[in-house]
Design a protein around this ligand. Sequence first.
Ligand SMILES: [Zn+2]
Length: 577
Amino acid sequence: YHDPAMQGLARALLPVEEFEEKAAIALAKEGKFQPTKEEENHFFLIQLLHWFKTSFKWVNSPSCDFCASNTHHIGMGEPSAEDLQFGASRVEIHSCELCGTVTRFPRYNSPAKLMETQCGRCGEWANCFTFYCVALGYNARLVLDFTDHVWTECYSPYLGRWVHLDPCEASYDTPLLYEKGWGKKLNYVIAVAKDGVYDVTKRYTRKWPEVVSRRNLVSEETAEEVVALLTAIQRSKLEPEELDILEQRDRQEAEELSGAQASPETDQHLPGRQSGSKEWREVRGEMGVQHIESDRSFCPARLCADEHVGKIYQAIGLLCSQERSTAEKELALLHDLLIKLKRQPFRARSAKLESTDETQLNFLQSKGGAAWLDGIGMKQASDGSGGMQVTLKEPPGKAALALVTALENVEKVTKKLASQDMSSLQLMLQGRRLCGGLVYATGEQMPSGTASAAFDGHYSTKWEEPGGAKGATLVYHLHGNASQHIVGYDLTSANDCPERDPLDWMLEGSCDGGKTWQLLDKRSGELFQERYERRCFIVAKESQFPCSVLRLQFAAVRETVKTSRLQLSSIDFYLHN
Ligand SMILES: [Zn+2]
């Protein structure tokens, strides 16, 4: 892990710039437009985790070397010199179900080799992921669960504590995943790093007395001594200043772990194991228990940092108020400009327009063009020779967030214009979208399926309610407790799983901070025909009244027998014009 050449190779291999932009966008969604270095590093790590989950491959049995058919495990083989060079002392032998050829599956331990093969089971996954973390400068540990699983922990200066990361599951900061989600009976959970060996079992259980009763390898006293001895050996060559930092961190962690038993279980929904085939997971008894209906409490309130969405909808409204041919021309110009900007490093986005680009120049100098530039957090200035320079006005993360919203909507509106059916955009085109509220829901799929993800103006993200199929609630407090007439709202279906689309719901409003509620709109049997479909719902004039809190109560999804979940890509509320 600590070979500088290997680390350099890893950094060259990883799409670092892409992670940085995604981290900046995630921060901007939380209203952190000028993040600290610690915040940036923390959010970067989550991007690395998501990327890793999609780039590394899970292998139960390798496909046949000869004909690529399925194989099955028939025993263990002898490691070759090359296998041993890359730490594969164990070599599995798999036989082809079609041609009978024998395929070897060396279980490599060397992260250098794993960067190349990019496949394996949890051992290979956690090994390679931990190495990437170390190579990128994170303080990372490989965590061994003696009941047969491996994952990673990183120290987050942002949170001031160690954070659980499971690359196989793309799980972040959900240490009770195994005991509560998978139903594992844990005993020893030991973290290994360059600077020591740590018994971190208490982080992963809320049933310590039960866990202790299963810890029968040695006495608790001996276990503690062994861990301390190994740590002392690892640290024997460190300078006093380095030791000071480590010991301070040790004390902090010991305090956290001894208090862990008293801290409440998280309300997060913890799923059964996702990695590996269904059969493999069933054999291991890690499928988890079905979500149990209980008294629903709410997830934390989240700020909607969505000023950009309102601005972009206004710009769309201006653009579409023109003749259709003009609108189409301007959309094409915009699309070119946005793509050009998107291709550049997000911290220094700019575009240069020559004096000969007359149509572009005229558009960007018009009221409509200025609204777009403002919407995507850019500004324009004359370049002194008849041309124009477009540069960042807002912080890079905020502009990057808005750029995605602009690009997705330009493409959507272009399609809608071509189909000549703009009815689903009628509220959007009026340009009076409600922004900057506080939102909370009965459930959220962490880390990315939060309630605020339905308000970020991105089609690609969604609010996912893990237990919402038979009932879910989302509450929205207007910015500054203002009272407003709501004239309607849009709901947009998510990327996948139509069975999770809402079917029946009602929208209520409150003018006394949520003590009493009055019906604004009620729908039943509503079907979304497509993925990412925006549907527009008008609140009847006689039902409108000034409200400061809104509540969407979903009664059922499309197919409650097929799913426990509810999801929506976007929710937009609109004000009186
Ligand atoms: Zn074969």
